[in-house]
Structures are given as C-alpha cells and as structure tokens.
Design a binder for this molecule. Structure first.
Ligand code: NAD
Length: 476
C-alpha cells in the first residue's frame, strides 16, 4: 500500500483507495492510503515547523534539491510515463511528454532558487534607502486536478519550494499514483522533514481542511470553477492568498485566409488530443463562412481516422476518458447538443474495445449557435462544436462571448487580423496559427474572467504568488 508522507514519515491513513486504469477497469494500478482531517492537520503542523528551517537553507541547497528531483524525473521518464498513462488514460507518448515537462519545471526552478528577485532604490527622502525583499509566504496548500497528474503538481510544488515555502500537497483522488511517485522522489531530495507533505484523500475532507486552516497561508488550486468558487468563499474570507486555475471554453477562430491544413491540424490537436481533457483545449471552432464547409469536413475526416484505444497500445492516438463520471457527462452533453439542434457530424458514441474502459469516439458538432449549452459550458471531453461567423469582427465577438478566458487561438495569414486578435481577445493566452493547448513552462500561464483568479503560474511570474513582498526603509 502507498502511504501518505507526513513530517518525513510514511503513514497509513484511515482508508484505502483502489486506483483503477480507465483503459481497463480490471487493471489495479495500486492501493493508496486515504488521509483523514486529523492527518491533514498533522501535515500542516509539520509544514509549519519545517518552513523556517527550509527557508534558512542557503539557496544553493534549495537549488540542488530541486535539481535532484528534476534529474530523477527525467531519468525515469518511461517508467513514470507508463504509470501516468495507466492511471489517467492519456497515451504513452503524451504521458512521457508530461513527465519530461515536470522534470524540466523542477530544473527551471532549481535555477530560480538562486535568482530570487529583489530591488534596491534610493528613497525620495534624503538619507534613506529602500530595499524590496521577496520572502516565503509560509505553508502552501496545493490542490491538484486529475488531468495532468504530474505536471500540474510540479509547476506548483517546484516554485513553492524554490522560494522557501513548505508544502502540503493534496492530489486529485483519481490519480494518486503519479503524485505518490513524485512525492517519493522529493522525500529523497534532502529537505528537512515536514517541508513537503503528501496527503491523499477526498476533496471534502483533505482539501476542505487545507482550505479552512488558518495555518495554511496560501492555496494554489487547479480544478473546476465550482470548487474554485467554494475555495474563494471559504479561504478568501480568512484572507488566505489564493491562486485559482479553473475551467475554460477556449475558442479557435478560423478565417477565410487561413492555411486550411494548418487550421485543421490546430483544431484536431487542440480539441481532441489528451481526450480533450485539457483546460486549454479548444472546444469552440468559430469559422468564417467562406472556409466553414471545407474546414468542418476536413476536421471530420481527421477525427474518423483517429485510433481510440488503450492508453498503452502503440497505435492509440486518443486514450479513454479518465473516469466514469466524466464519461457519462460527455455522453450526456452529446444528447444536449442534439436536443439543442446542433448537427452531430461525427463521433460522440461509446466504443467497445478488448478491455473494459471508458472509450468514446471524438465528436464534432456543426452548425452550432453561440448561446447553446455545448458552446457555453465546459464539457472537458473530446467534443467540440463549429459555429459559423460572418466575418472577423463577428468571429471576435463570438470568441469573447464566454464566461471563461483561458486560451484562444486564431488561424489566419493576415497580419492585420492576427495583430488585432492578439490585443482584443479577452484571454490570458493567445495562440496564432498554433493549437490553443500546448504551453511552455518558462513563461506565465493563466487566464482572465472565470478561468483564473490570482497571479499567474509558471516561469518567473510564479514569484508573485509564492513570495511576499516586504519594503524596508533604512536611514543610514
Ligand atoms: P475538481 O474541482 O473536481 O477537483 C480539483 C481538486 O479539488 C481535487 O483534488 C479535488 O479533490 C479537490 N476538491 C474537491 N472539493 C474540494 C473542496 N471542497 N475543498 C478543497 N478541495 C476540493 O476538478 P477536476 O475534475 O479534478 O479537474 C477538472 C477541472 O480542472 C476542469 O474544470 C478543468 O478545466 C480544470 N483545470 C484547469 C486548469 C487551469 O490551469 N485553468 C488546468 C487543468 C484543469
């Protein structure tokens, strides 16, 4: 059984969770301890004790620890990728790429531990000097979703540790395997006991305890908008520092002058790979009328040729849906789209494979309207809809008509429209002639409107959340 890591010790919880593969629900990936609220409180106390010890270590020691973690992740990419693909259902190449990303993130923040920013200025008053220091926040609660079981934890844990904080990490219930493997590596990196704690278990128990504890000074959360809103109300009321990364309904605008093959590729890659389970996945194709039919037919042809299957099979291009609830929700949205009057061009059906898993064919709705539920609500599966637009201005207006604002793409050969879109699209990330999903780790990540709350993740912008600014005036 895989145990929780609390105060440097591996401890049983109060229950056990079976981690089953969505490619084959008879494949038991492993057994994982479930922490109680008391276990979580112990982890918070351990983190509170360890944090000043960790922050007092020389930056070189923090850098070396993060570098060790990154190096081991990279070395074990195939093994960890296989575990990830098995428990989450993305294909093996996608899973290995995610593991590599996690390793690179730790390497990046190993460097950042040596470059903690600060400023020195002359005061506006004579004889006084000003220092702007960045200091650790304290104990950080990290709450992760299931769709990137190692990369999202990495991009929260690495900066938290680099800047001298202690961590209590709660992975998603569905994917404890990758979280445990990552934690086991961190455990061997030479951190003082309690600097990093793993508490696996329910959101309503472990997550809620982190959210409510006044000793947890900051919470970095990625997950659904509903949970994010709940955390905002509860932890915001006690003035915790919050970073909430939530849902998306990302548009891909395709203009008449687009390179058709490139636009089809952006659509298929961005909307359907990783089984559409990416917060940055495009789920609304907003297509100018002159190219609409050719684009829709091209996407449909590509989808019908994609191989849906077991995450570990070599010819699989689209793995299963990650869990039963999400699977049922996806199929229900197909019915909703049909009942709203959208035309199902292809897919959206359950598929039988050799093993019992959550397989479905990738779905494309055409002739959808912007106000339909399938065009407004995040589905989080391999389902997208095509909406015709009169011209660029109309397309931009439709693209912006969403409560979300995470990532947005445009396919065009017009510099004029690309430049305009870059400035006038209301989203945290804009992609020009490249899929809406697929981001770099050394630059900021996050959205606007209902997609994100708080400061950006990743790259040097992570310092904003994981440090507290102190302004010091010295009269020499
Ligand atoms: P979720 O909100 O159900 O769960 C996320 C995490 O919150 C899990 O660890 C869960 O156990 C925990 N949780 C649940 N209830 C809680 C509570 N009351 N208090 C504290 N924690 C609680 O989300 P999910 O289904 O795991 O992930 C899918 C969602 O994540 C999608 O909406 C997707 O768009 C979003 N997502 C966003 C980003 C981004 O960066 N914007 C990235 C990936 C996924």
């Amino acid at each position: 059984m895989h145990k929780n890591l609390i105060a440097g010790r591996w401890l049983d919880g109060t229950g056990v969770r079976e981690n089953l593969s969505p490619s084959d629900t008879n494949d038991l990936v492993g057994l994982y301890a479930q922490a109680s609220a008391d276990d979580t409180q112990s982890a918070i106390a351990a983190a509170e004790h360890a944090q000043p010890l960790w922050a007092a270590k020389p930056p070189q020691q923090r850098a070396d620890a993060l570098d060790f973690i990154g190096a081991e992740i990279l070395l074990r990419r195939e093994e960890l990728g296989t575990l990830l693909a098995r428990e989450e259902g993305k294909t093996l190449p996608e899973a290995i790429a995610e593991v590599v990303r996690a390793g690179q993130i730790f390497k990046f923040f190993a460097g950042e531990a040596l470059r903690i920013p600060g400023e020195h200025l002359d005061s506006v008053r004579p004889g006084i000097e000003v220092d702007v220091l960045r200091q650790p926040v304290g104990v950080i609660g990290i709450i992760a979703p299931w769709n990137f079981p190692i990369a999202i934890p990495a991009w929260k844990i690495a900066p938290a540790l680099a800047y001298g904080n202690a961590v209590v990490f709660k992975p998603a219930d569905l994917v404890p395997g990758s979280a445990w493997a990552l934690s086991e590596i961190i455990h061997r990196a030479g951190l003082p006991d309690g600097t990093f704690n793993l508490v696996m278990g329910r959101g309503s128990v472990v997550g809620q305890t982190l959210v409510e504890s006044p000793r947890v000074k900051a919470l970095s959360f990625t997950g659904s908008s509903d949970t994010g809103r709940r955390i905002l109300h509860s932890a915001g009321a006690r003035f915790a520092k919050l970073q909430l990364e939530m849902g998306g309904k990302n548009p891909l605008v395709v203009l008449n002058d687009a390179d058709l093959e490139q636009a089809i590729e952006c659509a298929v890659q961005g909307a359907y790979f990783s089984t559409g389970q990416r917060c940055t996945a495009s789920s609304r194709f907003i297509v100018e009328k002159g190219i609409y039919r050719r684009f829709s037919e091209g996407v449909q042809a590509r989808l019908q040729a994609l191989q849906v299957g077991h995450a570990l099979h070599a010819d699989t291009q689209i793995g299963p849906v990650a869990e039963q609830g999400q699977y049922e929700q996806n199929l229900a949205y197909v019915d909703i789209g049909l009942s709203e009057g959208a035309v199902l061009a292809c897919g959206g059906r359950p598929l039988q494979r050799d093993t019992q898993g959550y397989y479905m064919s990738p779905a494309l709705f055409v002739d959808a309207e912007a106000q339909m539920r399938i065009a407004q609500e995040e589905i989080f599966g391999p389902i997208a809809c095509a909406i015709p637009a009169d011209d660029y201005e109309h397309a931009l207006q439709l693209a912006n008509a969403s409560p979300y604002g995470l990532s947005a793409g445009i396919c065009t050969t017009s510099l004029k429209y690309a430049a305009h879109f870059k400035r006038h699209m209301h989203s945290g990330m804009v992609m020009i002639n490249t899929p809406t999903a697929g981001v770099d780790y050394h630059v900021p990540f996050g959205g606007t409107k209902g997609s994100s709350y708080g400061s950006r993740e990743q790259g040097r912008y992570a310092a904003e959340f994981f440090t507290t600014v102190k302004t010091v005036y010295t009269h020499a």
